[in-house]
Ligand binder design. Structure first.
Ligand code: IVH
Length: 682
């Protein structure tokens, strides 16, 4: 062996043993929750492995611990068809219905005292993980149960999901299903940061988990600290014949499995489990919304089968949302960035769903009237899957009621901040403050929206710093952000909750750099950033594509606007009115002068398909027929309607006619899929 060969072989050995070691430490930390080394030691080993893998790329392995955050940014997720459909569970809030379900299974099987495995029902997002030869090869969402999204790159960032399995008694190919959850602590921390950045908080961990897995950038997903519990193993050659044996096997292979399950052989046993967790679930570090019961013997699963939607061998009992009562203290009104006024009830603090709650939204005037909210009422407050509590009932003070002295809480008629008379738009439930340009919470809200990630992405300027710049008069309108200098920014300030903070030179420079970078933000996001009522991210994109620049949009009439896909009358009117306001127009001119993007940058059309002719047939999932034809032309190709010897490609969609296929085969013309075509033009 030459020196070089022996170096390479030593590197290979070291890479392999580092991978094993890191997988073990990872398992101990994220699955067993009992780390045996420090974070720094772990990071050093990971760094060593990463260096070696870079130096010896011939040993690349997509399942290496270094590859958890290695995925590309996905514009769209690939669709995958589930090998076994992903059914959901029948569910009920009634204990009687659970008993009936159990009895029905007893009768259908003719067996008494069947074993039922009782598990927690995790409140997250269902995923199906496919393993082949001990490696994670694909992860998919449930989608419509038959076809889901391929979210492998995002799933790999969840540390408790093994990329390679332990022991070696796993089947060659199997799927394991479970729930991706956002543990409370990580979720709260994440929401806190979002609020600080002027972003909207997620209502509950389930939405946040699901939103996270649909992010396009795995690096972002990796920051979210998601977790995953696995509860269902399926495959054609799984040896274990009971569900509990399968859970134990999965645990041996390195999965984080349901840890609180119990086997019950009577309805009483099942009820005990339900009662226990109904009380104890608040003490869990993640959200559960019920319990699931499953027959333990797999052979019975096949006998009982499933309805179109759910199996007959498993069902779910759902916990009722938790409620508490408390005395109303006061009602206040918050003004949002679009001027909408939201009533909020303050009440005596009550312990609910694991936290102290002292305020809850009353949604709008109609909700207050429906509740018939009166002074001195006792409120029934509920916290379901939602983290934000809501008021579901008002109980009036009996003495006041008897003496006919009940006093309704009336919705305010003037803005609680600037005093302007509130207005209501036809067909809208909420009142709003029309003092668009001079009402302070609206101004601050608009600035916080303008700098937010999905808008101008001026990240280094969080919500609190923005408040400071505005209050100190350092910023007066959006355009003035673009004239800031470090010496203007530097200073001391106090946050809303009284913390004393300061911005020094370095922080100021970061802000300047982020502002500078934002000049490149594309038109659709600038349009979203302007904060026009009812213009969300999606409609901003549609409008930008349709009108191509701000001037076309500015002069558009109501009719032109409602002709745009997904733009309704209310939105059209809001856009129209926005451009009839002199201050808004002046603002846009200033922003134009500051160099922001106010027109769509047309993509350079590539002539990558120059000289090639295509026949398109069938229906597609990612393109409309027109869309795919346009993509062919945009890339220099030619569409032809029928196949001849000269045709270069047939793009085959769903339900393509058999004649076309035959003809293409006869002329030896390559038949490609929609995805092949996308790869071609990318
Ligand atoms: S078993 C065919 N077990 O609840 C049965 N599901 O509507 C497969 N869920 O889609 C599901 N905890 O997302 C099962 N311990 C558990 C579960 C669980 C949560 C979810 C799952 C499913 C939904 C039921």
């Amino acid at each position: 062996m030459t020196d070089l060969q022996s170096d390479i072989s030593a590197a290979k050995d070291e890479i392999e043993s580092l991978r094993k070691l890191l997988n073990r430490y990872n398992y101990e930390y994220y699955v067993l929750d009992s780390p045996t080394i420090t974070d720094i030691e772990f990071d050093n080993l990971l760094k060593r492995l990463d260096d070696l893998e870079k130096k010896y790329p011939q040993f690349y392995d997509s399942s290496s611990p270094t590859q958890r955050v290695g995925g590309e940014i996905n514009k769209e997720f690939k669709q995958v068809t589930h090998r076994y459909p992903m059914l959901s569970l029948s569910n009920t809030y009634s204990r009687e219905e659970i008993s009936e379900f159990v009895k029905r299974a007893d009768e259908a099987l003719g067996v008494k005292n069947l074993q039922w495995v009782c598990e927690l029902k995790y409140d997250g997002l269902a995923v199906s993980l496919l393993y082949e030869h001990g490696r994670l090869v694909r992860a998919a969402t449930r989608g419509n149960g038959t076809v889901g999204d391929d979210i492998t790159d995002n799933i790999k960032t969840i540390r408790s999901i093994p990329l390679t399995l332990q022991n070696d008694d796993y089947p060659e190919r199997f799927e394991i299903r479970g729930e991706v959850i956002y543990p409370h602590k990580a979720f709260e921390e994440f929401n806190r940061k979002r609020i600080e950045n002027g972003e909207e908080a997620f209502a509950n961990p389930r939405n946040a988990a699901s939103g996270s897995l649909k992010l396009q950038n795995p690096k972002e997903v990796a920051k979210r600290k998601l977790d995953c519990y696995l509860y269902y193993l399926i495959g054609d050659d799984i040896k274990q014949t009971t569900h509990t044996e399968r859970l134990q096997a999965a645990k041996r292979w390195g999965f984080k499995t349901e840890q609180y399950y119990k086997v019950a052989d009577s309805i009483d046993g099942i009820m005990e489990f339900i009662d226990y967790w109904d009380k104890q679930r608040d003490n869990l570090p993640y959200a559960t919304d019920g319990i699931v019961i499953k027959l333990n013997e797999i052979q019975y699963w096949n006998i009982l089968g499933a309805t179109a939607k759910s199996p007959r061998w498993a069902t779910a009992f759902k916990f009722k949302a938790e409620q508490a009562c408390s005395k109303l203290i006061s009602t206040e009104y918050q003004v949002g960035r679009t001027g909408i006024v939201t009533p909020v009830a303050n009440f005596e603090p009550v312990w609910l769903g694991g936290t102290w709650v002292k305020r809850a939204t009353l949604n709008n005037e109609a909700w207050m009237q429906k509740l018939n909210l009166c002074h001195n009422d006792t409120l029934v407050i509920e916290k379901g899957g939602e983290i934000i509590p809501k008021i579901v009932e008002c109980r009036h003070d009996e003495d006041l009621e008897k003496s006919h002295n009940l006093q309704r809480v009336e919705f305010v008629r003037n803005c609680p901040v600037c005093g302007a008379e509130l207005v209501k738009e036809a067909d809208q439930s909420g009142w709003y403050c029309p003092n668009y340009n001079h009402c302070s919470p609206q101004i601050l809200g608009r600035f916080q929206h303008f700098i937010s990630k999905k808008a101008m992405n001026i990240e280094s300027l969080g919500g609190e710093k923005m408040r400071y710049l505005l209050n100190a008069g350092k910023v007066t309108d959006f355009a003035s952000l673009y004239n800031l200098t470090t010496s203007v920014i530097v200073g001391n300030y106090q946050t809303e909750d009284g913390k004393k903070l300061s911005i020094q030179d370095k922080g100021a420079l970061n802000i300047i750099n982020a502002v500078e970078k934002s000049r490149q933000v594309p038109f659709e996001r600038v349009l979203y950033a302007l904060g026009i009522r009812y213009i969300g991210e999606v409609s901003a994109k549609t409008l930008a594509r349709h009108f191509e620049n701000i001037d076309n949009l500015r002069v558009a009439g109501i009719d032109d606007l409602i002709n745009v896909e997904d733009i309704g009358l209310t939105t059209a009117q809001s856009i129209y009115n926005y451009f009839r306001n002199e201050e808004n127009l002046a603002q846009i001119e200033k922003l134009k002068a500051a160099g922001l993007q106010f027109e769509v940058v047309k993509q350079q059309t590539d002539n990558i398909l120059q000289g090639k002719s295509f026949v398109v047939s069938g229906t597609f999932t990612k393109f409309s027929r027109e869309g795919i034809k346009k993509a062919i032309e945009d890339n220099g190709g030619k569409n032809v309607s029928s196949i001849s010897k000269k045709t270069d490609f047939l793009i085959a969609g769903d339900k393509m006619g058999p004649e076309k296929r035959k003809k293409a085969q006869a002329f030896d013309i390559p038949i490609i899929t929609e995805d092949d075509f996308i790869n071609m033009i990318n």
